[in-house]
Design a protein around this ligand. Sequence first.
Ligand code: NDP
Length: 250
Amino acid sequence: MAQLSLEGKTALVTGGSRGIGKAIALTLAEFGADVVVTYARSSEAAEAVKAEIEAKGRKAKAVQADAVNFDQATELINEIVADWGKLDILVNNAGITKDNLILRMSEDQWDDVITTNLKSIFNYSKAAARPMMKNRGGSIINISSVVGLTGNAGQSNYSASKAGIVGFTKSYAKELASRGIRANVVAPGYILTDMTEVLDEKVLDGIKQVTPLGRAGEAQEIADAVVFLASDMSSYITGEVIRVDGGMAM
Ligand code: NDP
């Protein structure tokens, strides 16, 4: 019987300084993994996550790396393999929103969201492919969103990036399954983090009304699904999209 244990595994979480990425990093460590977190600007927060992981008796690193930067992604993964011997788990979590109605959306708003949310997934997943092949296995978990499945007014850039993640992940899963590499998507609904803090009460009430479980989700509830996909408990699951959304998009 498979165990929900990540003992002896190494993991990389992009955007692990705050919110969902932080919860994922801490939960991977809780189950036994050594964890590297990346961040864009929040060095203090990322160092605090590193310290929390180390307090659990695991190895940790916090690295400033813009997820958009292809070379940095390759260098970081090569460095992890050189220092820790291998990379078992990659969680592509870094993401941003720049919402606007299509008539008002600027080219920059489109480009920033597509490159940060989608190109970043290519950067890290490509860099992880060779070391994972050499290691005869690995698990990649890409954080999409339910709006990538349903669309959302005011989020055409974000929804396109998140839908792109689904197509990318399924293609990647098909290419690398024979090498023992699994790739899956977690699509969160409305989760309480800095990203959603900016929404006003009216919007939040509307979201709760269309969520069968009747509440917002916690970052921990996303982390729990990610740990399942990272572990051997999900050894026969690849190319799947798991919604963690209180039933919102069913
Ligand atoms: P937060 O805004 O709370 O945190 C975003 C994280 O991503 C931070 O660690 C941030 O680093 C990092 N990040 C942003 N841009 C970059 C970049 N260019 N390079 C490296 N790191 C970067 O977001 P959430 O925790 O809410 O979201 C995490 C993921 O979950 C995102 O992909 C988001 O789209 C997705 N999601 C969130 C939902 C929600 O309701 N919250 C719903 C559906 C999906 P720094 O701290 O340095 O800025």
